[in-house]
Every structure is written in structure tokens, then in C-alpha cells.
Design a protein around this ligand. Structure first.
Ligand code: COA
Length: 236
């Protein structure tokens, strides 16, 4: 797969208009959970489920406990909690999300439960970091996720609830997650995979400083559609 949300691009939602300026705050602040004060890599022996072929890369990869909290660009990206399950339904049971991302549709409470369980499982082996997009650490308005690969690269996916689109939440969340990917996770290259006709997502990529690569499109099948995904990259 590519990214849970980044697999296909976002289509127009008809919500263009004056967008609020991005706050002047620069950079991303990372708060680690209790007992973990820095991003220094943990040894492989402390981690489970690794591919034996990628030890050196994994040895360099930091392990992130639960309770990760990233702030920057006027946003707080925080962990999902069980209390968010109904909010996830509100955010993700949406036509655009269904069309442009691999999330199941309809996205009901059962789907939200499965999604959160899977996010926690994949997080436990440091493959993915799923964070709720908030402005203050409270109500979730969308999701940004980072999927780390054994080759030292990672991909970012995102979705913003229909009620919250057009506030530069996606652009800012991608900037925060990209900073985290480079500076904390130590990934040299971060990419987004976007369908060419997903105009909002393409604009997010551009505004967040990604560049369209000349890699051939990644062709994947999902929900009965053949997707042609373009790769957008950001280097450290
Ligand atoms: C794509 C998505 C995350 C954008 O979220 P958002 O918070 O509304 O985006 P932002 O407010 O940060 O806007 C980013 C850019 O998209 C543009 N945009 C937003 N909605 C748009 C629309 N409906 N049509 C065209 N452009 C749009 C904005 O004008 C802005 O462009 P600019 O920087 O050139 O001014 C959101 O539409 C979404 O969740 N879509 C469904 C899921 C999806 O497609 N995920 C991405 C998969 S690759």
C-alpha cells in the first residue's frame, strides 16, 4: 500500500475560498511520552517484528512510544483515543474520503474501531504514526499519518473532515509531519502519492513544499478503480 490516506489524491470539494493565513510559528515541536525524552534510536533488540533484511536502517530508526504529540504551524497533532471513535466516523464517513483514500466505506463505528486497532498494531512495530489533526489538542478535525519504510523513506497521508476543509489544516499538518519525518524519524526523503485529478491534494503537496517527481505513476487497484498515483517528494 502507499498511505492509508495518501493512496489517492483528493478531489475538488467545492470549498475553495479565502483561507486563513498560516500562523507565523515555525518549526515543529515534538513531545515524547513519559520516559522518552529524546529521539535517540533504540536498539533492534528492543523492538519486535522487524525484517532481518533491514537491520541497519531499523537500528537508526527511533522508536516512538504512545502519547506522541507534535506541535507547529498553529496545530497540535496528537494520538487518537477511544473517545475519538464517533468523531472518526464523522470525519471519514465522507464521499471524498471514500473516493480518494483506501478507507473503507461506509466508515461506521465498527470501521473506526478496526482502523484504530490497526493503527495501534502497526504503530507498535513503528511502521506508522497516525495522528489526529487538531488546533489545540482537543477536537480531531482530520488525520495525518506517516508510514515509514525500511529503506529510510516514508510516505505521508492525510484527510480533513468536510466541515473543516479550506482552513489550511492539511497543508500545515503535512508540514508538521514532514518536519517530524526528517528531524525526528531521520528519514531522508518523504513522499506523497496523489492522483493527478485530485486537485486539493495536489495543491496541498505544492503548498507544503513537495515537488512532483519524474517517477512513473504507481498503478494500484482499489475499490474497483485503477489508480495512477503520482509521486511528490520532499528531501531533508
Ligand atoms: C485534500 C484535503 C486533505 C485538503 O484538506 P484542506 O484542509 O481543505 O486543504 P487546505 O485548506 O490545506 O488547502 C490546501 C490547498 O488546496 C486547495 N483546495 C482546498 N479545497 C479545494 C477544492 N475543493 N478544490 C480545489 N482546491 C482546493 C486550497 O485552495 C489550497 O491551495 P493553495 O495552497 O493553492 O491555496 C481534503 O480535501 C480531504 O480530506 N480530501 C479527501 C481525502 C483526500 O483526498 N486525501 C488526500 C489523499 S492523497
Amino acid at each position: 500500500m502507499t498511505t492509508e490516506h495518501g493512496r489517492r489524491p483528493a478531489s475538488p470539494t467545492g470549498q475553495e475560498g479565502a483561507l486563513p493565513p498560516v500562523p507565523a510559528e515555525q518549526g515543529t515541536r515534538t513531545v515524547f511520552p513519559p520516559g522518552r525524552q529524546s529521539a535517540s534510536p533504540l536498539g533492534l533488540s528492543e523492538q519486535q517484528g522487524r525484517s532481518p533484511l533491514a537491520h541497519s536502517e531499523q537500528d537508526r530508526r527511533p522508536a516512538f512510544g504512545s502519547g506522541l504529540r507534535l506541535s507547529g504551524h498553529g496545530l497540535v497533532l496528537r494520538e487518537w483515543t477511544d473517545d475519538d471513535l464517533p468523531v472518526m466516523v464523522e470525519l471519514f464517513d465522507d464521499r471524498e474520503v471514500a473516493y480518494w483514500t483506501p478507507l473503507v466505506t461506509p466508515f461506521d463505528l465498527g470501521a473506526a474501531r478496526n482502523y484504530l486497532d490497526k493503527a495501534r498494531r502497526t504503530r507498535a512495530i513503528d511502521q506508522r504514526v497516525h495522528l489526529a489533526i487538531t488546533t489545540d489538542g482537543g477536537r480531531a478535525k482530520g488525520e495525518a499519518l506517516l508510514m515509514m519504510r525500511d529503506d529510510g523513506t516514508g510516505s505521508i497521508g492525510y484527510a480533513v473532515g468536510a466541515a473543516y476543509r479550506g482552513q489550511r489544516l492539511a497543508v500545515r499538518a503535512v508540514q508538521v509531519m514532514t518536519d517530524f519525518a526528517h528531524e525526528v524519524a531521520g528519514l531522508a526523503q518523504v513522499f506523497l502519492e496523489i492522483e493527478p485529478d485530485n486537485e486539493p491534494s495536489t495543491r496541498v503537496a505544492r503548498a507544503a513544499g513537495f515537488h512532483l517527481s519524474d517517477a512513473p505513476p504507481n498503478i494500484v487497484e482499489d475499490k474497483g478503480r485503477t489508480l495512477s498515483l503520482l509521486t511528490w517528494t520532499h528531501f531533508r
